[in-house]
Design a protein around this ligand. Structure first.
Ligand code: NAD
Length: 243
């Protein structure tokens, strides 16, 4: 059955691949974006030209009013049963002692508060339908921690905690809540890494390569299936065996 899929941060990287995968499976897709309106427009145009049902909407999801507007847009444009993919996120590399109050607050507002904002806004619609899927994009660093990315790692660990607790609360309403913990994925988020570092990371990864946005999208599709209704509160690693 056709669902309405809301993907945050869908104008680049993993979010674009997730939006593309759901649209190509015949679902309605809302391409949520904050910056890069041009990328969102290109993705929307490309998918529309293939006969997909998509629409884009600008929202800074760290802001609860804008997150609510994104969900309202999905309801007014498509309606039906909903899948929310909380993908929007930022990263930052800094020594722990150099992290400022602003760095910390911004990291948590974008990576954690956005998940809270969008999930809280969509849940009444899912509860009404007695069906829903919330899929949060955490990180392997949220599971095992990364040096010089303490605030990022902590924010992604918070997403895991939120996922597990919310899964227990909304399971009786037919809603599953899971998260993906990607390893190193080839996206603009990692453009600061030089070739040597990437080669080292490939060597450290049992499958011998870094991941693609499509690797993550396929795992998201699995969690969104009607047939995945007994999988909830889980953290699915998509990291080539790195951790
Ligand atoms: P990316 O930088 O290409 O994409 C992140 C997207 O989030 C961008 O489109 C950005 O505009 C959007 N975004 C940022 N702040 C936002 C806000 N306040 N409101 C709305 N949108 C906002 O990076 P990516 O690698 O595709 O990252 C996607 C997700 O995957 C992130 O949550 C990231 O932490 C996670 N992740 C990435 C990797 C990796 O190696 N690339 C690994 C683990 C987890």
């Amino acid at each position: 059955m056709k669902k309405t899929v809301i993907v945050t941060g869908a104008s680049s990287g993993i979010g674009s691949a997730i939006a593309d995968a759901f649209a190509m499976c015949g679902h309605n897709v809302v391409i949520g974006y904050n910056n890069s309106a041009e990328n969102a427009r290109i993705l929307e145009k490309n998918l529309l030209s293939k006969g997909c049902s998509v629409a884009s909407f600008k929202a800074d999801v760290s802001d609860s009013v804008q997150a609510q507007a994104l969900i309202d847009f999905a309801k007014e444009t498509f309606g039906g049963q909903y899948i929310l993919v909380n993908n929007a996120g930022i990263a930052q590399q800094k020594l722990f002692t150099d992290i400022t109050d602003d760095d910390f607050d911004t990291m948590f507002n974008v990576n954690v508060k956005s998940v809270f904002n969008c999930s809280r806004a969509v849940l009444p619609l899912m509860i009404h339908e007695k069906w829903g899927r919330i899929i949060n994009i955490s990180s392997m660093w949220g599971v095992c921690g990364a040096s010089c990315e303490v605030h990022y790692s902590a924010s992604k660990a918070a997403v895991i905690g939120l996922t597990k607790a919310l899964a227990k609360e909304v399971g009786p309403s037919g809603i599953t809540v899971n998260c993906i913990a990607p390893g190193l994925i080839d996206t603009p988020m990692n453009k600061h890494l030089d070739k040597e570092t990437i080669a080292d990371l490939c060597e450290e990864t049992p499958v011998g390569r870094i991941g693609t946005p499509e690797d993550v999208a396929k795992a998201v599709l699995f969690l969104a299936e009607d047939t995945s209704s007994f999988v909830t509160g889980q953290v699915l690693g998509v990291d080539g065996g790195f951790i």
